[in-house]
Design a protein around this ligand. Structure first.
Ligand code: MN
Length: 182
């Protein structure tokens, strides 16, 4: 399927033979498209958590969610903001050696595309702006998760890296029996 992203990278790709050059074909690079990738990686480190990552402006904005996402809108899940990861990280699975940062095993728990649906005063705002302002709403199209999720920074905390990840009440929401199974 032709996407805006394909058009955006056409010139770059036409100039290169990726069977000869080890340069990335850029298949994961976002252009100005409204749909981008998300991934949730199960990370069995010193403490088990789920890394929730959204492609924004060519990087993966990242949060570590100890309990993982819930499909129940009444369940607020702590999400601690972590450093931006490269887009290629969305495909990473494997084990990080003992003694290294994040030592343990990483596996992809869910992935797919998402749309930024954050609005401010009735106007949609870019995901980067939404994250800077401390509130971003996304619609996930994953294998496990679908529908809208909101991430909101906890302003009452001295620790500005604490956010809450909450399922927005919509058709994809499930009460009581929802959850990541974490
Ligand atoms: Mn992690």
């Amino acid at each position: 399927m032709a996407t805006k992203n394909d058009a955006y990278l056409r010139t770059y790709r036409e100039k290169r033979d990726f069977s000869k050059s080890s340069e990335p074909s850029g298949s994961q690079r976002a252009g100005d498209k409204s749909s981008a990738r998300f991934v949730i990686q199960r990370h069995e480190a010193s403490t088990l958590h789920f890394d929730f990552r959204l492609e924004v402006d060519g990087v993966l904005k990242s949060w570590a969610v100890p309990k993982g996402p819930s499909t129940d809108p009444s369940e607020k899940r702590l999400a601690t903001e972590t450093e931006d990861h490269p887009l290629e990280y969305a495909d990473f699975e494997g084990s990080i050696p003992e003694g290294e940062y994040g030592a343990g095993t990483v596996s992809i728990w869910d992935s797919g595309s998402y749309q930024n649906i954050t609005e401010q005063d009735g106007q949609q705002i870019p995901a980067s702006e939404a994250i800077d302002s401390g509130h971003v709403k996304v619609e996930l199209h994953g294998d496990r998760l679908s529908g809208a999720y909101a991430l909101t920074r906890m302003r009452d905390r001295s620790n500005q890296t604490d956010w809450l990840l909450v399922k927005v009440a919509d058709e994809a929401a499930e009460r009581d029996h929802g959850g990541s199974g974490a």
